[in-house]
Ligand binder design. Structure first.
Ligand SMILES: [Zn+2]
Ligand SMILES: [Zn+2]
Length: 239
């Protein structure tokens, strides 16, 4: 399967794990023969991450570098079970691609019903395109309800490399991803692969994700990283 876009990466603006600039990230994506790259730095409530003004300023950054199309946005933090986010709609609406995720630093894990409700409320936001790593063992989820809501709101769901790679810090993410893919196949819901690379090292690396997709015989046509236009068409339908 040919992967043309990495939908989840972090630059120096996330404040941890990397000193890579947007240009460094784009160059690495070009070397790995990606057509497009989403740079999704952590929202302002992550300790050390960029402030609101950084995300506002992204509008003046060139969107094509080294032959790679850039989609600049945010991995927004969900801060409560009603789906509050740490960037305003006004800022989110001006960005190209936004992920909403649950992180222990920002929200204490709840019951499966509470965690699922937080993600569903985030998906109802028209400027959230993707739910990041819905496979964290710390946040149990109702996968059937999650996938049904993703379908209804035209929101993408992520198969996250960092969760599956050796040394992953989201517990037994693999068994959660098997459930996620199971319900996505049943409801014809697309997924996208995100490396969650902090810096250049893991941009475009999806070995563990592709192995799992093959193993569970997940339909290739539901993996939207193969076709950048189709992926953004799916998100456009939110509006
Ligand atoms: Zn995350
Ligand atoms: Zn991330």
């Amino acid at each position: 399967m040919l992967i043309n876009i990495d939908v989840h990466t972090h630059s120096i603006a996330s404040g941890h794990g990397s000193a890579a600039t947007i240009a460094d990230m784009a160059r690495a994506a070009a070397v790995r023969q990606l057509k497009a790259l989403c740079i999704t730095d952590h929202g302002p409530s992550t300790v050390g991450s960029a402030k609101e003004s950084y995300f506002r300023g992204l509008k003046s950054v060139p969107r094509r570098r080294f032959g790679v199309q850039l989609y600049l946005g945010c991995e927004v933090n969900i801060s409560d079970f009603t789906g509050h986010l740490d960037l305003s709609d006004e800022i989110l609406s001006a960005l190209d691609f936004n992920i909403a995720s649950l992180h222990p630093q920002n929200i204490r894990p709840g019951t499966a019903a509470q965690n699922t409700s937080a993600l569903i409320r985030a998906m109802e936001n028209p400027y959230i395109h993707l739910i990041g790593h819905p496979d964290d063992e710390k946040y149990p989820l109702d996968y059937k309800a999650l996938v049904e809501a993703a379908r209804a709101t035209h929101t993408l769901l992520e198969l996250n490399r960092a969760s599956l790679a050796p040394g992953g810090y989201r517990g037994d993410a693999r068994s959660k991803d098997v459930l996620l893919l199971h319900w996505c196949a049943i409801f014809n819901q697309p997924v996208v692969l995100g490396s969650d690379s902090h810096g250049v090292d893991n941009i475009g690396k999806f070995r563990e994700c592709l192995e799992l997709i093959r193993e569970v015989e997940f339909p290739e046509e539901l993996v939207l990283n193969r076709n950048v236009e189709e992926m953004f068409r799916y998100c456009e339908a939110k509006k």
